[in-house]
Design a protein around this ligand. Structure first.
Ligand code: AMP
Length: 305
């Protein structure tokens, strides 16, 4: 069951209390696809500049990720730079250079269009809608968004959300999108906009999953060492949809759904936690499926009562 992922492929500069790095591989599409690649076949759509290093493409290929939809455009790759607070729960963006990403107009290769799963990273809602309409046979489609689109492109975003089965956003974005401070009410209002499956991410505290049958709280994994939280939210998304793709889940299987959705959110938390253990996506260079299953077993213990 293959998954199409669309979003930014970037070079990042990050400063955290554990150190700093510049021009390391990043981008939402990169993190989502690496995390999902541990569960399912992934095909990505993105744009890189002529400065993009062949070794970075090789890393993605080494995880079995299909790069046919990666366009190389004249100019520089998208660059983002940020600095984290001491507890790493907040970050400030210091620089965003869109570069070749400014002209990003995702076109899916023919071989991607009939794939069953679609995850749209955080890009302009009209582009997300254009990609959604290029897919012909989706079982589950959805994505991510951010404050900027909620505030300044609200009409576009609402049109886009109507066509999504799932949405992943953080708690402050959920409040902003719904106009409700109470998260349960916020979730009901957002689900009425389209996405029947909603994950509200809550950083180190985990996430809350909302669906037809109610809601489930998914606690976060506490780490011994946290180096860089960049991409953790995207890795959550990659683990979540990657797991659902590996199980062939669709909105039609109502009986399997609540249990599979909760497991998907647990894998999301687990992939987000691995992401934070090294700078950039480096943890995924050595991570194995056995490591993931070991953390899943630990997770059962920390949540059993
Ligand atoms: P996360 O920590 O999950 O929010 O993801 C961080 C990643 O998103 C970084 O690797 C950035 O390169 C990427 N990113 C930051 N700002 C943007 C933006 N405006 N559009 C697309 N990707 C972005």
């Amino acid at each position: 069951m293959s998954l199409v992922v669309v979003g930014s492929v970037a070079y990042d500069g990050v400063a955290t209390p554990a150190g700093s790095r510049d021009r390391i591989l990043g981008g939402a599409c990169t993190y989502i696809s690496l995390a999902a690649s541990f569960f399912t076949k992934v095909r990505i759509v993105g744009v890189v500049g002529d400065d993009f290093a062949p070794q970075d493409l090789d890393f993605l290929s080494s995880r079995g990720i299909d790069l046919e939809g990666v366009e190389r455009a004249p100019g520089k790759t998208f660059y983002w730079r940020g600095v984290y607070s001491d507890d790493m729960n907040d970050r400030e963006t210091l620089q965003t250079d869109l570069n070749v990403f400014a002209g990003f107009n995702p076109q899916l290769p023919a071989s991607y269009r009939d794939q069953p799963y679609l995850m749209l990273g955080n890009i302009q809602p009209a582009l997300q809608r254009s990609v959604r309409s290029q897919m012909t046979a989706t079982r589950l489609a959805g994505g991510d968004t951010m404050n900027y689109w909620i505030n300044d492109f609200r009409g576009e975003l609402l049109e886009t959300l109507k066509q999504w089965d799932f949405l992943l956003i953080n708690d402050s974005e959920a409040r902003l999108l719904s106009g409700q401070n109470n998260l349960k009410r916020a979730a009901a209002a957002i689900r009425a906009m389209g996405p029947r499956i909603l994950v509200i991410k809550r950083g180190e505290y985990g996430a809350t999953l909302f669906h037809e049958g109610g809601y489930a709280n998914i606690p976060g994994v506490l780490l011994d060492t946290l180096k860089d939280p960049t991409g953790a939210g995207d890795c959550f998304a990659g683990g979540f949809i990657g797991y659902l793709a590996s199980r062939g889940v669709s909105l039609a299987d109502t009986t399997a759904q609540p249990r599979e959705l909760a497991r998907a959110a647990v894998y999301g938390c687990i992939m987000g936690s691995f992401c934070c253990e090294e700078f950039g996506p480096d943890r995924f260079r050595t991570l194995t499926s056995d490591d993931i299953e070991a953390r899943f077993r630990d997770y059962r213990q920390i949540t059993a009562f």
